[in-house]
Design a protein around this ligand. Sequence first.
Ligand code: URA
Length: 235
Amino acid sequence: MRLNKFLASSGIASRRKCDQLITEGKISVNGKPVTELGIVINEKKDKVFYEGRQVFLPSSFIYIKLNKPKGYACTASDEKGRKTIYELVPTEERLFSIGRLDYETEGLIILTNDGDFANKVAHPKYSIDKEYQVTIEGEIKESELAVLRKGVVIDGERMPTAKVEFMSFDGKFTKVSVVINEGMNRQVRRMFEAIGKTIKLLKRVRIGKVKLGGVRRGSWRDLTTEELDSLVRSE
Ligand code: URA
């Protein structure tokens, strides 16, 4: 296995960042610093060290989808002491999320201990679709949806275009489906704020071809081989 893939899969950093660590002489293999890029190691035999600690690949890879409830942070340890999504998954493994959701947002999160996979799938260049169900109070006009589709302007900057579809109105709340490719901070909330609407409930229901499906709030499930392949294929 290539050294940078080994390091990235172990969760050190993205492959590119790992290449940087290699050229900076921060990685050693079998006791010798390695600064050459592209070297291949025997991941079963060779001993790789970073900052004086041996680097290990996870013994087996985990890929799961979690239905994050609102009121959970997506960080490993929250500086405000709030509950985190990692408390919902019973494993000692270090897991990475593919993109994050705000504290108040619920829905689909993909978690894995395969750092290389997480970095690749989250990379903006693959621009995987993310679908959200947005609930707002009151009604929304077709002209407002059109503004969201074109990309609202926030602080002089145009937000990317989005696929926006009216779903339902029950006399009190409107549901809208929004599909975006990017993962800008609080992107969906900011889009709706820009047209003067406050989101009551924001839920991610799909990432690429992986749907939240029947996973109950606070529960998780392994990704099927098909779901996993679809994410890798969207590279
Ligand atoms: N957009 C938001 O505003 N919040 C999220 O959690 C995800 C997308």
